[in-house]
Design a protein around this ligand. Structure first.
Ligand code: ADP
Ligand code: ZN
Length: 619
């Protein structure tokens, strides 16, 4: 049965007319209906889930202005351009505009000529009395709503003034949207915005087509080899490697280049021209592999990224999930690999301890560490962290595929503890492993450690295995790195009991790196993925030559209009054109992403190109 709003408003018509879509993504329809019924809403949806449409579509249906508060000034312009391209009257006000421009936009808003107005929280504070309070408003959207919470990872002071909105416009529905909010943050957002009664919409964060895998304690050489293997496995497809530091990105890129792999580094130390160039090369498939710091990937709409590697451990589950989320947007299987070792953990702990919100950052890091060290299904941990509860194991992560085997690790622990004890609890993990393995390393000899009784008692295990065991011993509270003393390892009280044989301890056998890579070759197919729309054809079945031609035509328009190419049409829209070869206006309008306004502006040119292509391929 249709509900009242559906009868009252041309919802589906506007979805096609202004956005070019035939169907809603999960939850979008319900959210739109709630807003039309003037209910406050809270939306938690992963990046790329389609949050913007949730308020943009109602804005085209409601009689008065929709205000959008967003902290991302750089993205405001793109959003407004995209709306205008679709024939929706939109504008933005932020500090980048000239006074005259701001004045003009304000007059238009007061005259009711604008449907969507994007403003920064600063603009809201500055102009709330002389401007905002005079407006007639149908809807208020708060984007990146986690910024309001102290507990959110991106706290902005200006956001805390937003509680005034409900006081100024008690009847106007507010929609708060975010991609990252744990349960505490969520409640905080509602309380601060005074919308405790909000309808909650929590989209599934599950991305069942992403394979999850963590390697503990891999040496740098192994990491590079793994990247090479992925590059070769997905030769005509794309991948991203994330590193902790600028220096590492450059080093890794150079190593890969030396083995004949075409890739580029990307980090904040490069000029903005250099960075734009790398982004463009990646978007246009000129470069298939990018070695980047976390700054890379925002706003990139590339559906065929097949693998993501974390060369170093990420700081938080939020950023990790956002980064792996850039793989497999097309719904097809994609691999994610995280390398985790003690060195990274130690550096990240140090960063966290020295940071402003140290307590908070340490807690987030601890959760990330637990994920890396998990002995049960990794997807379960992620999904439970973000949103719904997941009860079954996924069978598509490394732990599900290779459940850990426990052994009595007391003797192993005693060897390590004894090495730590005999070196005076004054050495960090690398030296302890060297002593255990009987290394002839210069430092070992210089300090006379080769004369210790423990020297070489752990020769039977390789370096990575010892790394893994030491990590487990730290995790279990047997030993503790002294963060204020260059991370030398100390024995805890619990550790003493084990050293003197008063207690036993169970450890998991480290997976040898080589064994794991072999088993990973038979990665099973992901479980069915009904909630996500899966493209029917793989990108290989479309003609890449036609795709290039369509992109060139798009570039021409983008250049003429001074717009980013994806604002004209997304890659996915061009790919659909390659697939369905629409050769008249009505067929063109059926392509996802072609709105009426875009059909009018660009349709004929693209149809002409496709007709030409068809005639060429017949001869
Ligand atoms: P988010 O803000 O949640 O990260 P966006 O609103 O930017 O996501 O949407 C992500 C992408 O999905 C955009 O390219 C958008 O045009 C597209 N999109 C949104 N809703 C739909 C829909 N109903 N059908 C097809 N594509 C959609
Ligand atoms: Zn699993």
């Amino acid at each position: 049965m249709m509900n009242i709003s559906e009868m009252q408003y041309p919802i589906k018509e506007n979805l096609k007319k202004y956005f070019g879509y035939d169907d809603f993504r999960p939850l979008q329809h319900e959210i739109v209906l709630s807003l039309l019924e003037q209910k406050n809403c809270f939306v938690l949806m992963p990046t790329g889930g389609g949050k913007s449409l949730c308020f943009q579509l109602p804005a085209t249906l409601l009689p008065h202005l929709c205000i959008v508060i967003s902290p991302l000034i750089a993205l405001m312009k793109d959003q407004v351009m995209a709306l205008k391209q679709n024939g929706v009257e939109a504008a933005y006000i932020n500090s980048s505009l000239h006074y005259n421009e701001i004045h003009q936009i304000k007059s238009k808003c007061l005259l009711g000529k604008i449907k969507l107005l994007y403003i920064s929280p600063e603009t809201f504070i500055q102009s709330k009395e002389e401007f905002i309070s005079k407006l007639t408003i149908s809807l208020i959207a708060i984007d990146e709503a986690h910024c309001i919470s102290n507990w959110g990872h991106d706290f902005r002071k200006e956001y805390t003034q937003l509680h005034l909105l409900k006081e100024m416009f008690p009847k106007v529905p507010i929609i708060a949207l975010t991609a990252t909010a744990d349960k505490v943050t969520r409640q905080d957002i509602l309380r601060q915005l005074r919308i405790e009664d909000a309808a909650m919409f929590v989209a599934s964060f599950d991305r069942p087509n992403l394979h999850l895998c963590v390697f503990k304690g891999a040496a740098e050489k192994n990491k590079i080899e793994k990247i090479e293997a992925l590059y070769k496995k997905y030769i005509q497809q794309s991948g991203i490697v994330y590193c902790l530091s600028r220096k590492t990105t450059e080093k890794v890129a150079e190593k890969l280049n030396q083995s004949g792999i075409l890739c580029k580094a990307y980090h904040a130390g490069m000029t903005s021209e250099e960075r734009t160039q790398v982004q463009e090369d990646f978007a246009s498939d000129k470069i298939r592999l990018i070695i980047a710091t976390i700054a890379f990937g925002m706003g990139i709409d590339k559906s065929d990224v097949r693998y993501i590697v974390h060369f170093n451990m990420p700081k938080t589950i939020e950023s990790y999930y956002q980064e792996i989320g850039r793989a497999g947007r097309d719904g097809k299987p994609a691999e994610t690999v995280l390398f985790y070792n003690l060195g990274d953990l130690i550096i990240l702990r140090k960063f966290a301890e020295e940071s402003e919100q140290s307590e908070y950052n340490l807690e987030k890091l601890k959760l990330m560490q637990q994920y890396c060290e998990a002995n049960h299904c990794r997807r379960k941990i992620l999904i439970n962290y973000f949103s719904e509860s997941m009860f079954q194991d996924c069978s598509y992560c490394d732990v599900c595929e290779n459940p850990p085997k426990f052994i009595d690790g007391s003797a192993i622990a005693q060897k390590a503890l004894s090495a730590i004890y005999r070196t005076g609890q004054s050495e960090a993990s690398t030296m302890i492993i060297n002593v255990l393995r009987g290394s002839q390393n210069k430092d070992v000899i210089q300090k006379n450690y080769d004369r210790l009784k423990t020297f070489g008692v752990g020769r039977d295990l390789n370096y990575e295995s010892w790394q893994s065991y030491l990590l487990q011993l730290i995790q279990l509270g047997v030993i503790a790195p002294a963060y204020d003393e260059n991370f030398v390892l100390k024995i805890t009280d619990f550790g003493s009991e084990i050293l003197y044989g008063k207690r036993n301890i169970f450890l998991t056998i480290p997976e040898s790196y080589a064994v794991k890579s072999k088993e990973q070759r038979n990665v099973p197919k992901p479980k069915s993925n009904a909630s996500q729309k899966v493209n029917i054809r793989s990108p290989y079945e479309i003609d890449p030559a036609l795709f290039d031609e369509l992109k060139a035509l798009r570039r021409k328009f983008a250049f003429e209009k001074n717009l980013a190419p994806f604002i004209i049409f997304h890659d996915s829209t061009l790919k659909s054109m390659c697939e369905y070869l629409p050769d008249d206006r009505s067929k063109m309008l059926e392509i996802s992403g072609v709105s009426e306004n875009k059909l009018t502006q660009y349709g004929d040119a693209f149809i002409a190109l496709i007709l030409d292509y068809k005639s060429r391929s017949h001869t």
